[in-house]
Design a protein around this ligand. Structure first.
Ligand SMILES: Nc1ncnc2c1ncn2[C@@H]1O[C@H](COP(=O)(O)OP(=O)(O)OP(=O)(O)O)[C@@H](O)[C@H]1O
Ligand SMILES: [Mg+2]
Length: 284
């Protein structure tokens, strides 16, 4: 049965889609059957892997005119498949509210295809609205891409509160699979501080692989390619390769990633109330 991972951060432009695409591509290159589910009306994930726009996708699944299996497209990466999205999905917020058990809709739609995959990665929009809630209910774990800046810390406590509510009310198996630092710039002191403090607090919930700011990662989607096909030797590609190894090691055991950050070893805690300490710490 597939491991289902949802990429969540209500802050926009933090690297959710870039991480879903490139982590997915490297999982696939390592022989893991991987399904990318574009659950964002912006459809960035769809264009980023060269998906066919206008084909049936998640909106058609939600509106009942297609099954999940019917919408799955192959990509240029072997073992990597895509369920595309489109702007039509923006109407789903309204349509889902009318449905019974609206938050469990994606989970039910995905169930029949789970046995065909090792990993299912769900890319969510920058909000904690009904689409993201559907992702959280469908998932085994949440992966939180985090940009190394102060506002990221404020946003993190809200995500953790939402995760905790979903855990308590609908999906008790949901875990915080980890926090991934993205667009890291080692030249700024603030970036180093954010990494240090979040790592001190969340300990082994923080992935040791830190994704640096790398222009090749931002160019690849305009070619409809994951970075592994665009420029496999760039530092961005190497970091997502390392992140995929680290994820596999966490989920299945095995060789860990190499691009290690300062993540500590002891067990983490995710109580949002305690997070105020971290914020105060980063202020002074
Ligand atoms: N490590 C990186 N280095 C340089 N550019 C990056 C990196 N990661 C992402 N980007 C670029 O930053 C922008 C935002 O990234 P991305 O679309 O992945 O974020 P997102 O969280 O999915 O955004 P949204 O919230 O709008 O869905 C994109 O233009 C992307 O190409
Ligand atoms: Mg996105």
């Amino acid at each position: 049965m597939a491991r289902t991972i949802v990429f969540v951060n209500q802050k926009g432009g933090v690297g959710k889609t870039t991480t879903a695409i490139n982590l997915g591509a490297y999982l696939a290159l390592k022989g893991k059957r991987t399904l990318l589910v574009d659950y964002d009306p912006q459809a960035n994930c769809t264009s980023g892997v060269g998906g066919v726009h206008g084909a049936k996708g998640v909106y058609e699944v939600l509106s009942g005119s297609a099954t999940m299996a019917e919408t799955i497209q192959p990509t240029k990466v072997e073992n990597l498949s895509l369920v595309p999205s489109s702007i039509d999905l923006s109407g789903a917020t309204v349509e889902l509210v009318d449905k019974e058990d609206s938050n469990g809709y994606l989970k039910r739609a995905l169930e029949p295809v789970l046995p065909s995959y090792d990993y299912v990665l769900i890319d969510c929009p920058p909000s904690l609205g009904v689409l993201t809630l559907n992702g959280l209910v469908a998932a085994d774990e949440v992966l939180i891409p985090l940009q190394c800046e102060y506002f990221a810390l404020e946003g993190l406590s809200l995500i953790l509160k939402t995760v905790s509510l979903v855990q308590k009310s609908i999906n008790p198996r949901l875990a915080v699979g980890g926090i991934v630092f993205t667009m890291y710039d080692s030249r700024t002191k603030l970036a180093q501080e954010v990494v240090q403090q979040v790592s001190d607090y969340f300990k082994d919930r923080v992935f040791r692989t830190i994704v640096p700011r790398n222009v090749r990662l931002s160019e690849a989607p305009s070619h409809g390619l994951p970075v592994c096909l665009y420029d496999p030797s760039c530092i961005g590609a190497k970091s997502y390769d390392s992140l995929a190894r680290e994820l596999i090691a966490r989920v299945e055991g095995g060789e860990a990633g190499e691009l290690a950050g300062p993540g500590a070893k002891a067990a983490g805690t995710e109580e949002p109330g305690l997070f105020a300490e971290l914020r105060r710490g980063s202020n002074g």
